[in-house]
Design a protein around this ligand. Structure first.
Ligand code: HEM
Length: 283
């Protein structure tokens, strides 16, 4: 018994939306009756059709979505009062174009999301590898440099050169072969220099100062007053090989570019000179 009552209620009861529409429809009918007293009951039943013809002009203008389908006749009666009031207060909205839509409102398609890739992290710090143990031992000032050059922080040991002894003065002196920077008493060709010969030219007691570098022997005597590091520093290599001292101090300096005209000969062993002298004696 109660089950049959329940069934009969559920079949006769309208859904809530339809009930609301019916209620608004009734209100509209009452308004229309007030406006036109001559309207009959039959006409009031056809009111939705009459209001739809009026509202049909309003609804498309106020539509916020192009995809909106034309409202059915029973729902136009819902929008009709709003449409009448709004159209009298506001101008019609501008024609809708795709460019007028704010980009932020566009939903991101799944294809676009794939092209964009994964979202970026706010800070790259978590992706950095932790500093190695050796990093803590590096000089913080030059920590990013891998240069083998002398550190820029080292104090200069340059000396004040006398007037007329600048690098430019040396260059002008060296370009003239008549100055014979190799020294006096030498043949015009390069000679063979033994270690004993090199040692004898130590710059003392009036002797020229020779030094060797990369197997070649140079007379450094004329360059002494021009040496930016001073006389004493340069003469540390007098009578011996200077390659180690030179490379420790300023490996970036072009030795041959400065002392090319001071080249005396090539460094040879003591035995080679003895053999050469023996061959010369046989001739
Ligand atoms: C025993 C060998 C040598 C020693 C011990 C020596 C030492 C020095 C020293 C201490 C300085 C000053 C560096 C500074 O604090 O700026 C210097 C600068 C210089 N030396 Fe020597 N030197 C030697 C040989 C030579 C030779 C053979 C040449 C030329 C071929 C030369 C060319 C220069 C130049 C051009 C500078 C200036 C470098 C610069 O401006 O950065 N040196 N040298």
């Amino acid at each position: 018994m109660w089950l049959s009552n329940l069934l009969s209620r559920s079949t006769t009861r309208q859904p809530p939306q339809e009930a609301i529409q019916e209620e608004i429809k009734t209100e509209n009918e009452a308004k229309l009756r007030a406006e036109d007293d001559s309207a009959s009951d039959t006409e009031s039943q056809s009111t939705p059709k009459a209001s739809a013809s009026v509202v049909a002009l309003q609804v498309p203008e106020l539509s916020l979505d192009e995809n909106d389908k034309p409202a059915p006749s029973n729902t136009t009666s819902i929008a009709s009062p709003i449409a009448n009031n709004s159209s009298s207060l506001m101008p019609p909205p501008p024609p809708r174009t795709p460019a007028s839509k704010p980009p932020s409102l566009k939903p991101i398609s799944s294809t676009t999301q794939q092209l964009l890739g994964p979202p970026r992290l706010k800070t790259p710090a978590p992706l950095r590898t932790p500093p190695s143990a050796a990093a803590s031992l590096r000089n913080p000032v030059g920590g990013l440099s891998t240069s083998t050059l002398a550190p820029a922080q080292r104090p200069s040991r340059k000396v004040v050169l006398g007037p007329g002894y600048s690098p430019l003065d040396w260059a002008s002196l060296a370009k003239d072969p008549r100055n014979n920077l190799r020294g006096s008493g030498l043949p015009p060709t390069l000679i063979k220099v033994t270690p004993s010969m090199l040692k004898a030219h130590n710059g003392r007691k009036g002797a020229d100062a020779w030094t060797s570098y990369n197997g070649k022997v140079y007379n450094i005597t004329p360059y002494v007053p021009f040496h930016p590091g001073g006389k004493g520093e340069l003469l540390r290599g007098a009578g011996k090989d200077s390659e180690k001292l030179f490379m420790e101090t300023h490996p970036w300096v072009n030795w041959d570019g400065i002392l090319g005209e001071c080249l005396v000969g090539i460094l040879v062993s003591e035995n080679e000179i003895v053999e050469t002298n023996a061959l010369d004696a046989m001739d």
